[in-house]
Structures are given as structure tokens and as C-alpha cells.
Design a protein around this ligand. Structure first.
Ligand code: ACM
Length: 546
């Protein structure tokens, strides 16, 4: 328990005092009992009476290791209030005086885990205590949502009373992988746009940004050893999908369409994400979805001259130089991204070229591989063995199950396989296209909506009702479900405001799916809280669906 609860003498004799407080609270003016509107909804909330008034003189006291988080919280409170709250480093932040926001890691609450926090708002102080910096950070995100929604304004607002209701919150996430994927290959989004998404993820306590950097339509990351990957692979002629070039921010006057991130850009984005406790999982697609790379370096394709659309190009597993190429690329990737996971795609591999290639057929005989599915699995295992020797963990889409799963590989379930992989002892991340593909329509008023694939209709309520634990997965294997994520495939999404429109508010619902207790799911209450939350998104200038 946090010291502040004791110092403010709230709930030491929990049941008795709680009862008194409840009786007292019910007689308070309505303003003090406005229902909270926190998204994702916290695990435990108590509502004593009273409130805390934020003023220009409020100080933030932070233990030395929390100084940066203190500055971050101060900055988040500055734009709307205009207050430049002073951050004081104190090795014993608990000795802070009145009118203070206190950040401390002296928590003894073992329920909180690596990302949980306790937040106590009382008349004279706000205390966030958590065992880790991440927990303090998430407490800061909840703190913002206790203030009037105008706190999210990017400009100074006058005439708002910056008051928080007294509260005691104990909160921690249900899952450790709370993600969002962005496809920057079909459409290129600038570094600043990616950072805006990271801000919005942090606000919703999401912690994994899956960056789909490579696909048939564009290679988006500078690789020093292979400059043609971006010189050739980052650009295409025309926007594609029958879209209006004017709808895009990535169209050049010469008719070329695309862009890429330099390694300096990538380092900046990684630092930006780290400051928000977000891990980036880069995805480098192989052996299919690789036309952008293979048009730049056709020597690594199987049958470069084959008369079929470029989208069916695949890497040639019979060419040992091709594996050296991939290892070189991944070596540069690993130097840029500190996280433990590398996503290697593995989905929708066209196998015709392998069938027609005498070299691939000879390789299959040599390795006793019965069919091209087993060749695909052999390919992934070559990469997986090398990846794990580098100390990294491989993630791949559902199809990496075909022909046998590489040891220690994590399966990202988009079309099934999550349950089977978990039962076989593999970690899995759930992003079934029926619930988590946020590029599908969110309303059936197709005429009013921007064009989207027709395959599925995924309204907000369907996302909210999603459970990441696959049906029928026995309890003993459920800990292998690391969590879930939204996916945004951007074939039809040519601008960042359009991307925001597809993501919000569905990502708000998904944040509750991955953070909050399953038992707390309450659709009418979510809708009530969302009405307030949409005002916050409006203040931030997010282009959300109405
Ligand atoms: C996928 O949607 N092809 C993973």
C-alpha cells in the first residue's frame, strides 16, 4: 500500500472507514461524484470524498530515477494549463510538502507487476507509486484522464478548473503485448506521423508498435550495405489501388510515390517510443511479400525472369548468397532496434516459382522435404536458427506453422493457429482478421465511409467484445497468449488522417481488451466513458470516426 493512503488517513480500517466514506460521499455535491471516464478502465478504483486542485504552484517530486518521467508528466500538463510545474528530484519524495504530485517506486504491492501502478489523489497530494518506471508512466497517463478533457488541448485553455476527484486506483495490465501494427509499405507515413501514433498508443497504455516496414509495394528502411533497397525499392510509379494521388502526402511531382526512413530517423523513432515505454517490433517480410527488395536485387529472387506479377516474387532458398543478404539486412536492423522480437512475416508465400525451379527441387530432395510447404518451413528454420543465435526471438504470421514450426518462434495469429501453437508451448499474439484488422469497414453505411475491403465488417462493439484467449484453449496454456494487437493494412489508406479515422475509436476498445480485467467488460459503461474520451481525442486533433 502507498504511504499516502496512511498519511492522508483514508482507508487504514478499510471496511469501517470505507462505509463511513461511502455514507459521506453520497451526501456530497454532485460535482465531486462525477463518474470517472478512464480508458482503458482500471482494475481497482475507490472513490473517497474530496478533490485535488492543480495550480501553477503544484510541484512534482520525483525519485532521482523518475526525473525524466516527472518531466514528461509536467510537459503533458503544460500545453493546456499553461503551468510550468517544477520538477524536484528527491531521494525521499515521500517527504514532499502540500500541493504536490509525488512519484515514487517504494511500492510493496506485489499485484502491480512490471507495468502496474497505484494512484492516490487526496486533498493535498497526488501520489503515483509503482515498482517500475513504466508503472509510474502509466499512472501519469491515468492522471491526465482524471482532469477535465480539455487537459488534452494542444493550446492553452482558459476558464477550466483543473481539479481531480479524490481517488485510489490500483491498476495493472491483463496482457504484456498490447500492440498496434502500421503498414508503411502500401502507404508511406512520415516520421512525425508515426510519432503521433506512438503518442496515441501511450495514451491508451499500448506498449508494442509493430512496424510493417517492408512489402511488395515499398521498402521503407535505409540499409547501408544495400542502398538499392531504398533507391529502387522505396519508390513506385503511381499511387495504385485506383486512389487519387492528391489524397496522399507521399506523392512526388515526378509521378514517383513512396519514401523511406533513414537510419537516423529510425533511431529517433526508437528513442521516442522508448520514452513512452513502447517496444518497436520491426517486420522484414520473407520469403514472400518481398517484391520491393527483389526488384532492387533480382539476383536473390527465384526465377527473376518469370512471367508473372512482381507480387508473386519470392526469395530463392537454393541460393546461399541470398541467406547472407538477409543476414546482413537483419544485422543492420538489430543494431537499430533494441527489442527482443524480430517479425519476419512468412505469410502468403506464392510457391509456383519454387515448384518450377530445378535448384529448389534439388534442395528439397537433398533436405528430404516432401513439398513446398516444408521448403517454406525449412527456409524459416534457417532464418530462425540464425536469429536465435543473435539473441533475438522470431515472430511470424500464422503460416509459419505450415510444415513445422521453428523452435521458440512466436506465432502471430491472423487466420488461425494461435490455439495450436499455444498448446505446443509456443508464445502467440492474437490479431485475428475478424476482430483486429482495423482497416475493414466500421459501419455498414458504405456510401458514407471511405473505401475499404469488403471481407469483414468490424464495428466498435465487435472489437470491444474480443477475447484474446482463443476459445477452448486449456488454462494450462493460456499464459502463452502474450496479448493482442490491432493491424492497419494501408492499401486504401493514403493519408495519416484517414489512418486515424480507421483506428479511432476502435483502438480505444482494443486497449481495454488487452489492459483491463475481462470481468470488467461493460458495453454501456464503455460507451459512456468513450463519449468523454472522444472529447479528449478532439482536443488532440485526432480524426476519429464519429
Ligand atoms: C496478412 O494479413 N497477410 C498477415
Amino acid at each position: 500500500m502507498c504511504w499516502s493512503l496512511i498519511s492522508e488517513k483514508f482507508v487504514t480500517q478499510k471496511s469501517f472507514v470505507g462505509l463511513l466514506l461511502f455514507a459521506w460521499a453520497t451526501t456530497l455535491p454532485a460535482a465531486d461524484q462525477t463518474p470517472l471516464a478512464i480508458i482503458p478502465v482500471p482494475q481497482q478504483v475507490e472513490r473517497p470524498a474530496g478533490s485535488f486542485q492543480l495550480t501553477p504552484a503544484t510541484r512534482i517530486y520525483a525519485a532521482p530515477e523518475l526525473r525524466e518521467t516527472g518531466e514528461f508528466i509536467a510537459a503533458q500538463l503544460r500545453s493546456a494549463t499553461g503551468y510550468s510545474l517544477k520538477v524536484e528530484t528527491s531521494s525521499d519524495a515521500r517527504r514532499a510538502d502540500l500541493n504536490a504530485i509525488i512519484l515514487t517506486t517504494t511500492s510493496t504491492n506485489t499485484q502491480l507487476g512490471a507495468e502496474g501502478y497505484e494512484l492516490t489523489v487526496a486533498a493535498h497530494s497526488v501520489v503515483i507509486c509503482a515498482p517500475t518506471t513504466a508503472g509510474i508512466f502509466y499512472g501519469g497517463q491515468t492522471l491526465r484522464q482524471l482532469l477535465p478533457p480539455e487537459i488534452f488541448s494542444t493550446n492553452q485553455v482558459s476558464g477550466v478548473n483543473w481539479q481531480m476527484p479524490a481517488v485510489h486506483i490500483a491498476d495493472w495490465p491483463r496482457f504484456s503485448w498490447r500492440g498496434q501494427m502500421l503498414d508503411v509499405s502500401r502507404h508511406f507515413y512520415t516520421k512525425a506521423e508515426v510519432e503521433t501514433l506512438l503518442d496515441l498508443m501511450a495514451l491508451h497504455k499500448l506498449n508494442v508498435f509493430h512496424w510493417h516496414l517492408v512489402d511488395n509495394q515499398g521498402w521503407r528502411i535505409e540499409i547501408k550495405k544495400y542502398p538499392r533497397l531504398t533507391q529502387v525499392g522505396a519508390w513506385r510509379k503511381g499511387i495504385g489501388w485506383g486512389l487519387d494521388p492528391k489524397a496522399s502526402t507521399a506523392y512526388r511531382a515526378d509521378g514517383q510515390y513512396g519514401g523511406f526512413y533513414t537510419q537516423t530517423d529510425i533511431r529517433d523513432v526508437v528513442a521516442y517510443a522508448t520514452a513512452r515505454h513502447i517496444t518497436i517490433v520491426p517486420e522484414i517480410e520473407l520469403p514472400g511479400h518481398s517484391a520491393a527488395a527483389l526488384l532492387a536485387y533480382p539476383q536473390f529472387a527465384d526465377y527473376p525472369g518469370t512471367n508473372h506479377p512482381a507480387n508473386y516474387m519470392v526469395y530463392d532458398p537454393a541460393n546461399p548468397e541470398m541467406f547472407h543478404f538477409l543476414e546482413d539486412v537483419l544485422t543492420e536492423i538489430f543494431a537499430l532496434f533494441p527489442g527482443k522480437y524480430i517479425h519476419i512475416g512468412g505469410d502468403e508465400v506464392a510457391k509456383t516459382d519454387w515448384k518450377n525451379s530445378p535448384a529448389c527441387q534439388a534442395l528439397m530432395r537433398r533436405e528430404h522435404l516432401k513439398n513446398e510447404e516444408e521448403l517454406q518451413s525449412w527456409f524459416i528454420r534457417q532464418i530462425a536458427t540464425w536469429v536465435s543465435a543473435q539473441g533475438k526471438t522470431l515472430v511470424g504470421w500464422s503460416e509459419i506453422l505450415q510444415g513445422g514450426l521453428a523452435p521458440d518462434a512466436v506465432v502471430m495469429d491472423w487466420i488461425g493457429g494461435g490455439k495450436e501453437a499455444a498448446e505446443a508451448g509456443h508464445d502467440v499474439v492474437m490479431t485475428p482478421l475478424t476482430h483486429c484488422y482495423l482497416n475493414y469497414y466500421q459501419s455498414t453505411n458504405f456510401a458514407a465511409e471511405p473505401r475499404a475491403p469488403l471481407k469483414h465488417y468490424i464495428p466498435l462493439a465487435k472489437v470491444y467484445a474480443f477475447d484474446p484467449i482463443p476459445a477452448g484453449l486449456p488454462a494450462a496454456f493460456q499464459s502463452h497468449v502474450l496479448g493482442a494487437q490491432g493491424c492497419l493494412w494501408t492499401e486504401w489508406i493514403a493519408s495519416f488522417p484517414h489512418a486515424e479515422y480507421m483506428l479511432f475509436p476502435r483502438l480505444c476498445a482494443l486497449s481495454e481488451v488487452v489492459w483491463s480485467a475481462k470481468a470488467s467488460r461493460d458495453w454501456p459503461d464503455f460507451q459512456r466513458r468513450l463519449a468523454v474520451h472522444l472529447v479528449r481525442l478532439d482536443e488532440l486533433g485526432v480524426n476519429h470516426h464519429p
